[in-house]
Design a protein around this ligand. Structure first.
Ligand SMILES: Cc1cc2nc3c(=O)[nH]c(=O)nc-3n(C[C@H](O)[C@H](O)[C@H](O)COP(=O)(O)OP(=O)(O)OC[C@H]3O[C@@H](n4cnc5c(N)ncnc54)[C@H](O)[C@@H]3O)c2cc1C
Length: 464
């Protein structure tokens, strides 16, 4: 075994700890190569992701050098093509961690068979999740469709089983190059350069993820249950892009949080639970990735309105909390969860635009874009998902703003043209008669009237 080379196929696991594939390969082989396959098509409409992956590769490469492991990036048309052509010289073994998306898991099956046929040794490991997808089911063997019983069972199952032992990477004997046609990580960046500004806000490394987690536990978790609702307070962990790309394993989060077990821990871990739930859902009900989970929404009379969609995307709807959220997203690649719910509700309920348009735009802009969380989040907002918000729950963007951004600090940060308005008008600038503020010139008129839009939405929802 020791004579062969170990190849680790890296996907969403840019970490050295809790990385079972890397740990196993480096223990079993003197020479290991970490392989990243760049499939351009995968990143279609995912420009923010391209930036995060580019940075992650750059940073992780430096880290792996310490272990004498070379990170090689190879551009491929498809994973299938690449692995079909891979030689069967049998001078290597392949290792990888699972990614819990139906296409990846399906491909794992295909690849396993292929490698078996070619008599190439391989091993697949648990990825970034607490429980495997099929481990938590109802007594009758069917998947949970409601979060609370799911999480009760998932937590119990996880505790009974205990965490995986964090096996460390072993330093390899020497650093080698195995693949000839490698590309540099710069090739992964998208053509449009808007993503480069994320540099100011994020450092995609494992060390940053761990530092942020510790800081969050030390300073914020106690107030998480309440502070998580206020977009102007940094009351959440902001770990989502690190979790998505595997800079940190959710087991590490679980262990660290449980160690201190402060007030707020259960609430925080329940959010990790929502992530587990959405990954379970998309794997048991893969139709929901592109279609309504609930079929009755198939007849919903969505409207096509490119003018409204453009105003929403560019943060020019005339509703300050909505516009602040959309501008935060474009500027930083992240948006606060409460605001995601508000802007989502506004798109599907006030503008009657299909949730898939919002899902697609988020997919392009979010650094934490995750197939499972994004689709579930959007279907939750639209009311078409499992355990979703009922359709008649239409967020009022004015009241949401007044409740969760009382002083208007969040709005003023992202919509600076409203800075001159007194607090009482910050969420309804159309009521202001300030001399130095002109609606329609300084800031747009609301594109729809809240009460009218609400009535129209309720009417449309009644039809299904
Ligand atoms: C319309 C919509 C789209 C969304 N799209 C995504 C997405 O593409 N990727 C993504 O990671 N999250 C998505 N979310 C969920 C949530 O908004 C983000 O996970 C959260 O805002 C990330 O910030 P945080 O790390 O500070 O969260 P924290 O509050 O600190 O939570 C910790 C972790 O728990 C998980 N989590 C938190 N809330 C949720 C949730 N509602 N559903 C699933 N997991 C959750 C995330 O991994 C998060 O990092 C979406 C929500 C909505 C309403």
């Amino acid at each position: 075994m020791k004579k062969k080379i170990g190849i680790v196929w890296l996907r969403d696991d840019f970490r050295s700890s809790n990385n079972l594939a890397l740990a196993k390969a480096s223990k079993s082989h003197d020479e290991v190569v970490a392989l990243y396959l760049f499939k351009e098509k995968k990143f279609f409409s995912q420009e923010a992701q391209q930036w995060w992956v580019y940075k992650s590769l750059k940073n992780f490469r430096k880290k792996l050098i310490f272990f004498n492991i070379n990170l090689q990036i190879v551009k491929v048309e498809s994973y299938k093509n690449f692995f079909d052509k891979i030689s069967s010289k049998n001078d290597f073994s392949i290792y990888w961690n699972k990614v819990y998306e139906p296409n990846y898991l399906k491909f794992d099956n295909y690849l396993s068979n292929k490698l078996r046929d070619k008599e190439i040794h391989f091993q697949i490991f648990k990825g970034n999740i607490l429980n495997e997808i099929n481990e938590v089911k109802k007594n009758d063997g069917t998947p949970f469709k409601v979060f609370t019983p799911f999480w009760r069972n998932a937590e119990r199952h996880y505790l009974d089983k205990g965490p995986i032992v964090d096996k460390k990477i072993t330093k390899c004997l020497k650093k080698i190059t195995y693949f000839k046609d490698e590309i540099s990580e710069e090739k992964i960046l998208p053509k449009k350069k808007w993503v480069l500004k994320f540099e100011k806000y994020w450092e995609p490394t494992e060390e940053t993820a761990i530092k942020e987690l510790n800081k969050f536990i030390k300073e914020k978790i106690e107030n998480y249950s309440t502070h998580r609702n206020y977009p102007n307070i940094q009351g959440t962990s902001k770990l989502s892009p690190f979790i998505k790309h595997g800079q940190i394993h959710v087991e590490k989060i679980w262990i660290e949080c449980s160690k201190y077990n402060k007030k707020g821990t259960n609430k925080y871990l329940a959010e990790i639970g929502w992530r587990e739930f959405s990954h379970t859902l998309i794997n048991h009900f893969p139709h929901m990735i592109a279609n309504n989970y609930s079929k009755k929404f198939d007849n919903f009379p969505w409207e096509k309105n490119s003018k409204f969609l453009k105003a929403w995307k560019s943060g020019m709807t005339g509703y300050p909390i909505v516009d602040a959220g959309m501008r935060e997203l474009y500027a930083t690649g992240w948006m606060h969860n409460r605001v995601r719910m508000i802007v989502g509700s506004f798109l599907v309920k006030h503008l009657l635009i299909d949730w898939r348009e919002g899902e697609k735009y988020f997919r392009n802009c979010l650094l934490d874009y995750s197939e499972a969380n994004n689709v579930s989040g959007w279907q939750w907002v639209a009311g078409s998902g499992a355990d979703a918000a009922p359709y008649f729950r239409i967020f009022n963007p004015i009241l949401q703003g007044e409740k969760f951004d009382k002083e208007g600090h969040y709005v003023k940060k992202w919509v600076p043209e409203l800075k001159k308005l007194p607090k009482k008008f910050i969420h309804k600038p159309w009521e202001s008669n300030e001399q130095n503020f002109k609606l329609g010139k300084d800031y747009p008129f609301p594109i729809v009237k809240h009460e009218e839009a609400r009535a129209k939405a309720l009417n449309a929802f009644k039809k299904i």
